[in-house]
Design a protein around this ligand. Sequence first.
Ligand code: GLC
Length: 541
Amino acid sequence: MLNLWYKNAVIYCVDVDAFLDTDGDGVGDFQGLADRLDHIEALGADCIWLLPFYPTPDRDNGYDITDYYGVDPRLGTLGNFVEFSNAARDRGLRVIVDLVVNHTSIDHPWFQASREGHPKYRDWYVWSKEKPEDADKGVIFPGVQESTWTFDRKRGEYYFHRFYKHQADLNIANPAVREEIQRIMGYWLQLGVSGFRIDAVPFIIEDLKKPGDGLTPYDYLTEMRQFLSWRRAEAIMLAEANVPMDQANDYFGDGDRLNLIFNFPLNQKLFLALARGDGRAVGDFLKGLPDIPLVGQWATFLRNHDEIDLGRLADDERQEVFAAFGPEKSMQLYDRGIRRRLAAMLGGDERRIAMAMSLMLSLPGTPVIWYGDEIGMGDNLDLPERQAVRTPMQWTPGKNGGFSSARPQDCVRLPIADGPFSYAHVHAMGQHVDPASLFATTQRLIRARRSCPEIGWGQPQVVSGTPASVVALLYEWRGGRVLTLHNLADSPVEIDCSHVVGDDAVRPMLQAGIDIDRASNHSRIRLAAYGYEWLRLEPAD
Ligand code: GLC
């Protein structure tokens, strides 16, 4: 039997340095994370994705690594990592880790050796004697990053960096580099992780444009996957690959490459639909979703640790989303995105936040939740770039939201102390015991999601004939039928579902005040403003 656990999982993403500080240095640590596994378990997630926690000069939130085989000493030791992962396993929680091998920090000893021309490392990075003509094209962080090639005085050559200039791209075309990447994967698998979130996949394989031997760059993904399966059959590769839908199957292969791909285009349509209060952008997109291999899966999300990237929307659509959710310049980033948290964008309106969460959980794929969104945390726009959405987890109404005993200014990022999203108002402790809280609602939603393998495994049918503000999806899989309904508008609607429901019995799964008007062979469902419901349809007795 194949172990396809990820098809019906719920993933919770944590930045260890922002979760809980137990030693008072202002930086979250592995012991803190281990202490708060209760929260993640209670939420109902069953897999934790850890953002990079390796030694780093921390110029890009840990995505600039100086040692792939260690733990950033501020977060603890390898021993603490193992204790944490053991504690997670005890609770049935899987752990996946970020694999950032497109580039290293320029402080990494490999880069230092490479710039000195060390015989082993000289070809580990992408060097050029001349400055390539396209050096100012393809920057990922416009406004902050000027070029993709920077001159290194020691070596007297230019090095390539797809991202910031302190992140030199590894030369993946070099077999020795690929071997090292396997060693890194093998190492963390041996320490018990269930796979990797792989950073910047399209850029990892871009160096392999002409691998020869009849191979394509995508064959490298097959090679990685083979290695992974030999070492640990259940391990997965979850890819950050912001690619158009018609390229997705190159990345999934015949089910022999990546297991999961974040559905970035869907995320953009989701925010467009939310901005408009009109579900059609999502419905139309889902109708064109390509078929993917059985063992492949989308990863769906609302927010993550980066900006919302709206780069795939048409210009006027992007402006609509900016106008609704990021009207001020300070809220926008890199000419394409919004650097805000979900709750803040939705004006703190809990009905709307819960509906957005429910909608995301009802989309085809495996949901990924950014820590803090389950309690409706806000952002701090005074912090630079994407740091705005990475403020410390708010546990209690006490000092620093219970994150750390250090002085606020010594915390890894300033806790949110003022305004409607401050820890005085938004904190996990209060929400854990309040059945009407966003946390409790998210808990119920996740429970519903995990009891619907139809969503994880099936392909949705977009139900026609519903009002424009509604996203209505019907999932059918192995005899089970689930209908999910979401009203994106702030006024109530009535939906005629007779053609889908027929004579079936209708069992609401959330009971968020559903109002069903049933006569024989006819069913009308009323949804409140921003209302939603999931219905299991079963043959009537
Ligand atoms: C990915 C990460 C982002 C990071 C970049 C460079 O896009 O999500 O946070 O800055 O890679 O590693």
